[in-house]
Design a protein around this ligand. Sequence first.
Ligand SMILES: Nc1ncnc2c1ncn2[C@@H]1O[C@H](COP(=O)(O)OP(=O)(O)OP(=O)(O)O)[C@@H](O)[C@H]1O
Length: 234
Amino acid sequence: MATRLLSGRVVALLDRIGSRGMYREPSSDPSDPIVRFQDVSKRFGPVTALDGIDCRFDRGEIHGVVGPNGSGKTTLFEILLRLRHPTAGTVTAPSPADIGYSFQEPQFYPGLTAGENLSVFARLHGDVDPEWRRSVTDRLRLDRVRHQRAAALSGGFRKKLDVAIALVSRPELLVLDEPLAGIDQLSRERVLELIVEHAEDGGTVLVSSHDRERVDPILDSSLALYDGRIGGPE
Ligand SMILES: Nc1ncnc2c1ncn2[C@@H]1O[C@H](COP(=O)(O)OP(=O)(O)OP(=O)(O)O)[C@@H](O)[C@H]1O
């Protein structure tokens, strides 16, 4: 997390210049949404990545964010994590410290082993239930690579380690951008099981995936993006 989050912060700071977007913390009322976008837009120079997005994500549910390549899913997640600043609009979201995430770029420390990475991230978030940690590592079969440096892991194991890091601290909000990309069939089923269990335990999940067949059955709601707007092609 640290390196990516830090360089992300620098990008977000630069991004802020000339941006009118604002952030708010969610209220403590459990019936209020944990995340809300109100008329949020994001422009990268001439490119409009998000255009007047209005949406809410309720607590304890699994929300899909779907859409073709380039529709704005990653940008929406990056704004949520304050890695990018909205050009306009208001975003209600918990502090990044309370969000577990796995994006397309891994967050782990490449020089540490898989086991060390899990311990470091678990410690960063305070008390981690050892049963849950064991359950996550067993099901993703991370035990067999715990002594390997993260940088030397195969693509599939890197992805699984990154997802495990996001899940291990049971964050109130979990944001997973393509968590099934590049992992084998059994591991895909295991990741989906873990997502469902996290939501059953009261956590909120936002997930994007091109593997609609597998992910759609576990979703409570779905936000479809197309060309930076809500909805499908005209
Ligand atoms: N840093 C950036 N600079 C310029 N344009 C960007 C930047 N990041 C994203 N974009 C543009 O914003 C739009 C939305 O991109 P985004 O990565 O959010 O889409 P996505 O739905 O996550 O796509 P994919 O399914 O391919 O991951 C695209 O047109 C993309 O080229």
